[in-house]
Design a protein around this ligand. Sequence first.
Ligand SMILES: *Cc1c(COP(=O)(O)O)cnc(C)c1O
Length: 375
Amino acid sequence: MSTHLPGTLAVHAGQQPDPATGAVAPPIHLSTTFRHGPAGERLGGYEYQREGNPTNDRLREALAALEGGATALTFASGMAAMTTLLESLPAGSRVLFPDDCYSGLRMLFSEFLPERGLVVETIDMADLDAVREACARPLSLLWVETPSNPLLKVYDIAALADLGHAAGALVVADNTFATPLLQRPLALGADIVMHSTTKYFGGHSDVLGGALVFARDDDFTRKVAHRLHITGAVLAPFSAWLILRGCRSLGARMAMHCANARRLAAFLAAHPAVARVNWPGLPTHPGHAVAAAQMRDFGAMLSIELRGGREAALAVAGRLRLFTNATSLGGCESLVEHRASVEGANPRSPQNLLRISVGLEDADDLIADFAQALG
Ligand SMILES: *Cc1c(COP(=O)(O)O)cnc(C)c1O
């Protein structure tokens, strides 16, 4: 199975017909407890839902196959995956994060991780010289998120993995925006891939989940798994089933998401009201060459910066009809969001920026909606 291409793995991994009934669609095992022998012998391999269950194991198998990892863990959310991983590091660990990253990660490392004794630093990971300098001192973990949120910066995973490893660090890649259909960080040298499966994996804006995929099933992997099973931020079986269902169409959806994004980005880049389009597929994007080398396609997240500042951005967001003003991404429906308005007291996103999750509607309708909204 693992020799197949990602599009095939997405359809088949974790998808063996149910041995008990032959059912082609996987059953959902909701049981919290599993019969064991009088001395606690595990008869069917399971004991208690928090420790593992068959529906979750199918999803774990699919995720590990898709990312080319040795094993995967699933979590109640992407944030639960991140937190469980980062809290598995010993106190005093020095951790390097990118300056442009998911806002939840930013809150985690600025509010919570220092309290746990982690030493947190941020850096522009597109500046490899700066990263090299930061890696001159011992480092426990280097976090990559590419393309990044919300500026769609592109970071060179292979180069960062080399620099991180030379400093003794684990290298972790948040692959939520790209998915393994477009980018496989473990093959580029990363040690762990993190996902918010809430996004493209779920694909229908109706399930919350997270995952970690590990290149090796080693002591650290087992430490994270143990922490998950004891602290309990586990994925519910029904959620695992929905995410597994999302896997089956992930290849087809990503192809259409990317094709729609390409059309919309080209339209927006040529529009006089738009000062800048942040999408790595544009040849003018500073990370285009790196993205072309490490991605199969450029994804369907983009952001635009309006010439008219904050007022123009809010007006355009208000006039869009097909794009819903909402947070999150990766669903069938296109979304738009003025990030600075939802980032709390100290927004980092430019005030003239709108982030766009390009959905699966007809591209002509998406372009027409922006054409009327931009005026
Ligand atoms: C949404 C998201 C997360 C957090 O995942 P949740 O499932 O919302 O907890 C992390 N990273 C990226 C890039 C995201 O888009």
